[in-house]
Design a binder for this molecule. Structure first.
Ligand SMILES: Cc1cc2nc3c(=O)[nH]c(=O)nc-3n(C[C@H](O)[C@H](O)[C@H](O)COP(=O)(O)O)c2cc1C
Length: 204
């Protein structure tokens, strides 16, 4: 038996993953950055294949991750996490980021630091690709506390409204999307943030 609710107890940070498709900057929210080795300096990121940022990194092999701080507003998560760079230019008029030596954007507001990665290997994980990357640059951008997934759920993400709580259905723990119905199909994917059925909880 695999009780996927246990996954909710895994501790994560939250990050903006940025890349450049050759014409424009783009990026998305991820929670899957991990320092994997220290000599050489290696990080890993797991990115959903449905994400535009995924396709750009497959093409270029270059990215930045900005480590989000607790003061990051919900709007920042909506902007980078609830819409796709296929449909919008996420960095148009963005004054909270600048370009690092690798040509990708990093955020210097609402962040603690950034890390530049150059992909040296990939593993196909089905829904996601695991990118293994050498660190080419890293720097501090702020002194605030890094945001955790638990902090995001408790403080950043708006609570469901009273009338939504009365509905029968399931709520996406990531973005708050509500699926109405008695049963959530096991292969359901959130249309907003692309997270799977295991990231939904029943409305109480
Ligand atoms: C809190 C939060 C955490 C997320 N974590 C991940 C993640 O670890 N990996 C991933 O591929 N997508 C993750 N997403 C979903 C993407 O950010 C989202 O699907 C985004 O709209 C993709 O944008 P793109 O198509 O421009 O790349 C997360 C979203 C949120 C709001």
């Amino acid at each position: 038996m695999i009780d996927t609710s246990v996954y909710r107890d895994l501790t994560y940070g939250l990050f903006i993953l940025s890349a450049n498709d050759g014409e424009k900057d783009t990026g998305c929210i991820i929670n899957t950055v991990c320092q994997a080795a220290s000599d050489p300096q290696i990080i890993t990121i797991a990115v959903n294949k449905a994400n535009y940022t995924h396709d750009v990194i497959v093409k270029t092999g270059i990215f930045n991750v900005s480590i989000l701080a607790e003061d990051a507003p919900f709007g920042l998560f909506q902007h980078f996490g609830f819409q796709s760079g296929r449909d919008v230019n996420k960095y148009e008029n963005c004054t909270m980021s600048r370009t690092s030596a690798n040509g990708c954007r990093y955020h210097f507001v609402h962040t603690c630091g950034f890390i530049s990665g150059k992909v040296i290997g990939t593993t196909d994980l089905g829904s996601h690709t695991l990118f293994i990357a050498e660190v080419t640059e890293a720097g501090k951008t702020g002194s605030g506390a890094p945001i955790t997934y638990a902090y995001y759920h408790a403080n950043t993400k708006p609570k469901p409204k009273k009338e939504e709580q009365k509905k029968k259905g399931f709520i996406c723990n990531i973005c708050g999307y509500i699926y109405e119905g008695d049963e959530l199909p096991p292969d359901f994917i959130c249309p907003i943030c692309k997270h799977p059925a295991s990231d939904f909880s029943p409305l109480e």
